[in-house]
Design a protein around this ligand. Structure first.
Ligand SMILES: [Zn+2]
Length: 120
């Protein structure tokens, strides 16, 4: 993975942790050339236990409570489903969505241990 790629992934995670999830999904959408998904807090019928869901028809990442909007794992997992949906594919399995999210988070952890990411 190239340095710019690593920086991008770390930056996305940092944005979500900084409660700038809207900005994070904008730059992710640009990178993957997909429409920007909608974000909302609420429950989907029949899926009350899920921390997050992706609603295909609305291009919506729906999280069960406000705190989950700042959880990189949940947001990136659901964003993976969005990419698949935008590509006209099936939503992909849960393992692949988890792996997508974990990759971003692992790169973030690696980058913050290597550089002073937030210094001015
Ligand atoms: Zn999923």
């Amino acid at each position: 993975m190239s340095e710019p790629e690593k920086d991008f992934k770390a930056y996305v995670v940092a944005l979500i942790l900084s409660r700038k999830t809207e900005v994070a999904v904008q730059i992710l959408s640009k990178k993957y050339r997909v429409d920007v998904p909608n974000l909302a807090v609420g429950h989907v019928k029949g899926k009350k236990k899920a921390a997050g869901v992706y609603v295909t028809a609305k291009k919506l990442i729906l999280v069960s409570n406000g705190e989950n909007l700042w959880d990189p794992f949940i947001i990136l997992h659901e964003f993976y489903h969005h990419i698949r949906n935008e590509g006209g594919e099936q939503l992909g399995n849960e393992k692949l969505a988890d792996a997508f999210a974990r990759d971003y988070i692992n790169v973030f952890k690696e980058q913050i241990s290597r550089k002073t990411f937030f210094s001015s």
